[in-house]
Design a protein around this ligand. Structure first.
Ligand SMILES: [Zn+2]
Length: 694
């Protein structure tokens, strides 16, 4: 169900006094947003006021009679828009993690409005003239100020500041339309995810499911409906269902629904939207003088060109295909050994892979989970940060929360200095988009006072039945470490200017802090201490721990193929679909996959109609390769600790904090990595980590 009346953003608010966003700084613990008193009707007037205030600030900066300098132009821009940041950060966090038809309607109206607002700034000729006139040499700017100036000029130029007036008009139209399309894409996807359940009625339908999964499907059924157990399209339910269900027909149905999200015809179908998004991105890139959107996008990354990114994807693709073919043979043999004669299909892979894992490594997912209660994994992530960086975490009660599930921890440095606040929002719900992410309610900076960050990690773990602790799979635990790594990137940020804060780095560098953090979870030393049985508190038996770690490269052919195929299709779409209208998305995807000899038994990790990373916003567009690019870095970076002979080696950790976790965008990515490691990385540690080395 959706609400179709678009709110009028220009309507003046009658009740400004009662609006929590009108209050300036909030007198709440840690300056958290006063979530309990924020209601949907507050956003529209708050956005209207904040936009007006920001416009006035911009007009003053652009029309300043004094000669332009860093302070009155660049720093002034950095100081402007605080009211807008405040309302936008609350609003967009909540539309991701606890949305509603009211918020969705506001989002559809606000997204294009914000795009227009942003274009009006970056395409303002007076402002651009002032920015272009600043001479960093003459002013004696420090290194951070020079970096801010440089990044500001790049940001304006890439948004079209240098273009002729007609081109600027078109660029602004494109930005507005793209904001509308991205918003609709995300809302369609959520509707499709909520529109499907697979009911499991009776023992036959539950065949093969271990107790934890019976519990989780029962807990999912509790939230409305008349069935005793259901599978939803939440990854944390559907993946284990595909692993354990012995009902091939049900696996096929669940898999079909999962891989058809966004492609079901009707109002929520995303295919038309994708065709328009891809065409508009290509047009924008051409206006800015680039061959394709991919060329435009990669120009401002560590990889620097689509060729460099594609070369890495191809380097990994060939060995991954070989590995996947070997894996498929072994799975097919297992099917035959069971006396069956069907050819393995995509909905069979996870099921037989788990059987093979049990046979080859004597490892059972259901045996591992009791040692990975959510609470224990959270503490493991905190303890790792304590041992690396000296951080301390203390849970706080009585703080405003946007949902009862949200937990909050105060974070302090080794010397007791305040670092910031960390929020954890761990369980799946229908008002939350799928996936896992880190975001900020407030980013660190020192320009507007000593501003401490408020960072949130959002997950989609399947909740245990009432009164039981939630048990994680090893993959879930890895996701928690991953997002916590992003969280530390936000928390440890130590910069003056907001533009450079925390995760505001090149997209193909931003997965380094997160993926690097995953390495500590896989260390015996960490598992021995933190992987403890949820009932007895006993550590994971040493034999189980060894088997778990020995199986790390198991099924990596599959995992690498499903990821890399998505990254190649993303790049191919943004390289070659140069503005042709009426792009047939499924046909394009099928053709791109055929050209790389995609095995039919493996699907892309994200097919285009539900590829939110690249279509519900620009974030990872022509940028899904970033995970692999960053993995070259993280595999090599962790070796620095291995070489030092201590996974918590103090000096290495100190350099890591100084040049990576704490550095925001103070330095170019290559420079930052080299400062930490003394050199740029090679691909070998990555191939070794994935078990793909020759
Ligand atoms: Zn990430």
């Amino acid at each position: 169900m959706t609400v179709d009346t678009a709110p009028d953003l220009n309507a003046a608010s009658a009740a400004t006094e009662a609006n929590p966003f009108a209050a300036g700084d909030w007198a709440t613990p840690f300056g958290l947003p006063p979530f309990e008193s924020i209601r949907p009707e507050h956003y529209v007037p708050a956005f209207a006021e904040a936009l007006k205030a920001h416009e006035a600030e911009i007009a003053q900066i652009a029309g300043n009679a004094e000669a332009p300098d860093f302070e009155n132009t660049v720093a002034a821009l950095e100081r402007a828009g605080q009211a807008l940041d405040r309302v936008a950060s609350v609003f967009f966090n909540l539309t991701g993690s606890t949305t509603s038809p009211e918020l969705q309607a506001i989002e559809r109206a606000v997204a294009p409005q914000l795009a227009r607002h942003s274009s009006a700034i970056t395409l303002n000729p007076q402002l651009w003239a002032r920015l272009s006139a600043i001479d960093p040499e003459a002013e004696g700017l420090n290194a951070e100020q020079q970096r801010v100036l440089d990044r500001t000029l790049t940001r304006f130029r890439r948004a079209g500041a240098d273009l002729a007036p007609e081109a600027k008009t078109r660029i602004a139209e494109i930005a507005t339309r793209l904001a509308e399309l991205g918003t609709q894409f995300g809302q369609n996807l959520l509707a499709d995810e909520n529109g499907f359940i697979l009911p499991l009625d009776g023992e036959e339908d539950l065949a093969g499911l271990p107790p934890f999964l019976r519990d989780a499907t029962a807990a999912a059924a509790e939230r409305g409906g008349t069935h005793s157990h259901v599978v939803t399209l939440s990854r944390s339910l559907i993946e284990p269902f595909l692993v354990f269900s012995t009902r091939r027909d049900l696996r096929a149905r669940a898999y079909e629904a999962w891989t058809r999200r966004g492609e079901n015809g009707g109002e929520t179908d995303n295919r038309r939207l994708i065709a328009e998004i891809v065409a508009l991105r290509a047009e924008r890139a051409r206006l800015l003088g680039y061959d394709s959107f991919a060329h435009f996008r990669l120009d401002d990354t560590m990889a620097a060109s689509p060729d460099a990114a594609m070369a890495l994807l191809r380097d990994v693709w060939a060995p991954a295909l070989r590995r996947a073919a070997e894996e498929r043979e072994r799975l097919q043999a297992l099917v035959r050994a069971e006396g069956q004669d069907f050819a393995l299909e995509a909905h069979d892979w996870r099921h037989y892979a788990e059987k093979l894992r049990r046979a080859e490594h004597d490892l059972d997912e259901a045996e591992i989970k009791p040692y990975l209660p959510l609470e224990g994994v959270i503490q493991a992530a905190f303890d790792t940060a304590s041992r690396l960086f000296g951080l301390r975490f203390e849970e706080v009660a009585d703080v405003p929360r946007y949902h009862p599930d949200v937990r909050a921890w105060q974070v302090q440095d080794a010397d007791g200095a305040e670092i910031g606040l960390f929020l954890g929002d761990y369980f799946a719900r229908s008002s939350k988009r799928s996936g896992a992410w880190m975001s900020a309610f407030r980013s660190q900076e020192r320009l507007n006072g000593d501003i401490k960050p408020i960072i949130v990690n959002v997950m989609n773990f399947a909740r245990a039945p009432r009164g039981e602790p939630t048990l994680l799979s090893f993959d879930d635990a890895r996701t928690l470490f991953h997002e916590f790594g992003h969280g530390l990137h936000g928390l440890l940020s130590d910069v003056t200017y907001p533009l450079l804060s925390g995760t505001a780095v090149s997209r193909d560098f931003v997965e380094l802090p997160s993926q690097l953090y995953e390495h500590w979870l896989e260390q015996p030393e960490v598992l021995r201490q933190h992987a403890r049985h949820y009932r007895t508190g006993e550590p994971m038996p040493e034999a189980l721990l060894k088997r778990l770690l020995a199986a790390r490269t198991f099924n990596q052919g599959f995992a690498t193929v499903e990821y890399t195929a998505s990254a190649i299709v993303d790049m191919t779409l943004h390289l070659s679909a140069a503005g042709e209208d009426g792009l047939d998305v499924p046909a394009f995807e099928a053709d791109a996959l055929k050209r790389i000899a995609m095995p039919t038994e493996i699907a892309m990790r994200h097919r285009s109609p539900h590829f939110a990373h690249i279509f519900s916003g620009d974030g990872y567009a022509a940028g899904y390769y970033s995970y692999l690019w960053s993995e070259v870095l993280d595999a090599d970076a962790f070796d620095a600790f291995r070489e030092a002979g201590d996974i918590f080696h103090p000096e290495t950790a100190q350099r890591l904090r100084r040049f990576v976790y704490g550095a925001g965008n103070l330095r170019d990515a290559r420079e930052a990595y080299t400062a930490f490691r003394g050199r740029l990385p090679s691909i070998e540690p990555l191939l070794k980590k994935r078990g793909l080395a020759a």
